[in-house]
Design a protein around this ligand. Structure first.
Ligand code: BGC
Length: 377
C-alpha cells in the first residue's frame, strides 16, 4: 500500500492514491474510530463503529489524516463536546483529510479526489445566518459541528460527507491539506478584519501583531505576510522552530515582550487571559483586534477597563471575536495554502503518528505545533 502522500512527494506535485485497488468499503461492517464520552474526562478510546451509512452523505471518504487541536484536548478532558442525539459516544476529530472512494455520478467529485470536510452544519430552523450559508455566524446556537457538537467527527477510518460540505484540496498539497480546516478559521478572521476596515477606506494598515506561535498563530501570520503586512508574532518560546518559522516568513518574533509595540491589526490566538489583556492595550488608532482563541470560563485578572474604554473610544478601535468558517473561508484558505511555501507549511506538522499509536499523538510536547494522525501507514 502507498503511504500517506508525504510533503516531499507532494512537493514533486505527485498525486498519490492512498487506496489500494479492490480495498473498497463494501466489505466493511465496522470501522475503527477515536471516540469519547462527552463530559467524562479521559474516556477517549479507539473503538469500532458501524460503517457510516449513505444517509450521512453521498460521498464515501477514506480517511488519510486527522489534525489534532486544543478543542480536541478540551473534549477529551470532558470540558466541551456533545454526543449526537440518542448516542453516548462522539467520534472525535474535525481537522480532516480524506480521499473520495465513491461519489454520485453528476456530482462535482470523483473517486481519488482529496477532500476536507466542513466542520459546522446549519441549525435546522435555519436562522437567517445559516439560511444564507453563513453557519459560522449562527444566531441561535442550534448549529452542529462534526467531532465537536452533536455530530460525529472525522476521526474514523471511513466517513461520509454531503457534497455541499466537502471541499476539494489540490492533491499536490498532499498531507498538507490537513491544515485547511485550521487555515479556514484564520481566513474568516482576516475576512472580518477586512469587512471592519471598510468603515474607513482611507485607513491603510501596515502592522499586525499575532499572539501565539501555535498552528493558529502561524497561519494567521502567514496570511498577514501574504498581505504584505509587517507581521510581528509573540510567543513564550525563546528559540527553536517557532521563532525560525516566524523569521522565515520575513516576520519579527518577540519572545514574551514586544516592548512598546502597537499594531494596526492584532490577532489573538492564545486564549491566555494575560495575553488577551495585553493585546487589548496594543492597538494603534483605528486598530482592529480579533480574538480567535477560546478561553475557559472563570479566568479572572485585574484589568483597567477605564483606560481600555477611554482608548477604544478616543481611538475608534474595534475588538471582536471570531469562530469557525463557512465555505467561502475554506476556499480562501485553500488559496492561501496553495500560495504558501510548501516546505514552510510542512514544518508546521511536527509529529505524525499512525492510528495504532493514537495515544502518543495526544501527549503534550512543548515543541509541538501540529500533530497529525496518519490513517494510512
Ligand atoms: C474549530 C471550529 C469550531 C470551534 C468551536 C475549533 O477548534 O476549528 O471549527 O467552530 O472549535 O467549537
Amino acid at each position: 500500500m502507498h503511504g500517506l502522500p508525504h510533503p516531499a512527494r507532494a512537493l514533486r506535485h505527485i498525486c498519490v492514491s492512498a487506496v489500494e485497488p479492490g480495498h473498497i468499503s463494501a466489505g466493511f461492517l465496522a470501522v475503527r474510530a477515536l471516540t469519547v464520552l462527552p463530559g467524562q474526562p479521559d474516556s477517549i478510546d479507539l473503538t469500532e463503529i458501524p460503517m457510516p451509512s449513505p444517509a450521512d452523505g453521498a460521498l464515501l471518504v477514506r480517511a488519510l489524516a486527522l489534525g489534532l487541536c486544543g478543542t480536541d484536548r478540551e473534549i477529551i478532558a470532558g470540558e466541551y463536546g456533545v454526543a449526537p442525539p440518542g448516542e453516548t459516544r462522539l467520534v472525535l476529530g474535525h481537522e480532516s483529510l480524506g480521499e473520495i472512494v465513491e461519489a454520485p455520478p453528476g456530482s462535482s467529485f470523483t473517486a481519488g479526489d482529496f477532500v476536507v470536510g466542513i466542520v459546522r452544519r446549519p441549525d435546522p430552523l435555519p436562522c437567517p445566518a445559516c439560511a444564507a450559508g453563513q453557519w459560522d455566524m449562527c444566531l441561535n446556537d442550534g448549529y452542529t459541528e462534526r467531532g465537536i457538537k452533536a455530530r460525529n467527527g472525522y476521526g474514523s477510518e471511513w466517513f461520509r460527507l454531503e457534497p455541499d460540505f466537502a471541499v476539494k484540496v489540490e492533491c499536490a498539497l498532499g498531507e498538507l491539506g490537513v491544515l485547511l480546516e485550521p487555515a479556514s478559521v484564520l481566513a474568516k478572521a482576516w475576512d472580518h478584519v477586512d469587512r471592519i476596515a471598510h468603515r474607513a477606506p482611507f485607513w491603510k494598515p501596515r502592522t499586525v501583531l499575532v499572539t501565539g506561535a501555535g498552528p493558529i498563530g502561524l497561519l494567521a501570520a502567514l496570511m498577514g505576510a501574504q498581505r504584505q503586512l509587517d507581521v510581528h508574532v509573540l510567543d513564550r518560546a525563546r528559540d527553536g522552530l517557532k521563532p525560525d518559522l516566524v523569521r522565515d516568513l520575513g516576520a519579527t518574533y518577540h519572545a514574551g515582550d514586544p516592548g512598546s509595540f502597537k499594531a494596526d491589526i492584532a490577532i489573538e490566538c492564545t486564549g491566555a487571559v494575560p495575553v488577551i489583556a495585553d493585546a487589548m492595550t496594543r492597538l494603534a488608532p483605528a486598530g482592529i483586534l480579533c480574538l480567535a482563541g477560546v478561553t475557559p470560563a472563570g479566568r479572572r485578572i485585574e484589568f483597567d477597563i477605564g483606560t481600555f474604554n477611554r482608548t477604544m473610544v478616543l481611538d475608534n478601535d474595534v475588538v471582536f471575536g471570531s469562530v469557525n468558517a463557512n465555505r467561502t473561508h475554506y476556499e480562501s484558505a485553500a488559496r492561501s495554502l496553495a500560495a504558501a511555501d510548501r516546505h514552510w507549511l510542512s514544518r508546521l506538522i511536527t509529529r505524525r503518528l499512525p492510528l495504532s499509536r493514537w495515544r502518543e499523538a495526544f501527549e503534550h510536547r512543548d515543541d509541538d505545533i501540529k500533530v497529525v494522525i496518519d490513517f494510512v501507514s
